[in-house]
Design a protein around this ligand. Sequence first.
Ligand code: UDP
Length: 468
Amino acid sequence: MKDNIVLYPLIGRGHLFSMVELGKLILTHDPSFSITILIPTPPNTTPISPTTFFGSHSSSITFHHLPTAPPPATVTALPPHLRLIFELTHPNNHNLHQALRSISKSSHLKAIVLDFLNYTATQLTTALHIPTFFYFTPGASALTCMLYSPNLPPTPPNDEHEPLRIPGFPLISAKDLPNYHSLQHHAIFSDVGLTMSECDGIIVNTFEAIEGRAVKALEEGLCFPEGATTPPPPLFCIGPLISVPSGENDENGCLRWLDSQPSQSVVLLCFGSDGRFSKTQLKEIAIGLEKSEQRFLWVVRSRSDSENEERLEELLPEGFLERTKEKGMVVRNWAPQAAILSHESVGGFVTHCGWNSVLEAVCEGVPMVTWPLYAEQKLNRAVLVKEMKVALALKESEDGFVSAIELGERIKELMESEKGKELRQRVLSMKVSAVEAKREGGSSYAALSRLTQLWKKKNHLILHFPDT
Ligand code: UDP
């Protein structure tokens, strides 16, 4: 029987794909392990097919679908991404219990790795004495904020712009924290921070060269909750892990179009798996692109799409598509972003600052303009602009609206100014560091070796399964 590591991702493309890449990385590093990836099934969906989503994979990876969990006991008025935690993870502990029981019969269960938002699973894994690790998908700097959140006041300070001091993190204002105004949100993140501070280790999809200050603060335990009784858990920065979904095709012809464009001349605008804009904002973006006079590839998603997907002509200013057809390409909903960023013709990226997008841009040496939309993306903006210095920040109004003039100017600055050149040089040097980090002897390679050796040393678990 092989030594088995169970990976428990959150549903949601960014989290799920990144966890699958983690599984592949572990096996590439040490093929003596086997990996089981638990896949939750949200209500009213059909289970996803691993081969469709993840292509062919090693026979040492098994996907185990958890049945749909019963509805939560209390209905919570939370934003959708947080509702997932309550509707899927917590009620899923019973299913998790059954899955672990069956896995431990056919392999030597050594450890479980939880997505950080699956933190309520520790109620079960602790009771079963299973070594429990967290996988933090958004990077080390965001992790310092998450762990530090129990130390932050639960209500916003009088002056929202007053800088917050978080160890290992650049100065930010309270309004840059994820939904800082929601008390419920603060309570959840405090819980996540406390739970993570007591686990057996934290795996982070980053590498030391881009987030050195945050990594140091984490290793020194500076950002752990005050009063934490245990020493800080060991940290394993094993990235960058980039997931390029198999079978992702170029049905819109983006890559073919890029083939016909000059080197480093095109700006990509793409906003994660759920970045959507109002029709007014979409029109403003279009005007900004025309003002910038740059070549562009724009992935358009509208807030109104869920009701009825409108044609591009109805969403964009009259004549825009015709006027810009020599310079720009506009596609609906989805484009193969990682492949696009790796294309020679791409020279800039307007991003919502999701961490996977950030890593994809860094690994291809593409400088960015930041337009955070949700979750921890304003934190990532601070890191990209102030710490890594590979991006320009867009100024948005209080309600998040960005004017055409602002967008046009920042894009032009990124593509044409001396400042833009400096950013490009910096991100290109990070691209080199990313390769070095993963080579034998590099920081991420060393972290992965420490992690797999630690797992090897753990005793085989003889699990007793109390009733849940
Ligand atoms: N992505 C893509 N095409 C799109 C939008 C997103 O391939 O049109 C991919 C992107 O390359 C990244 C992931 O989806 O790998 C988005 O993850 P990220 O962490 O950046 O943002 P999230 O979707 O979690 O907000």
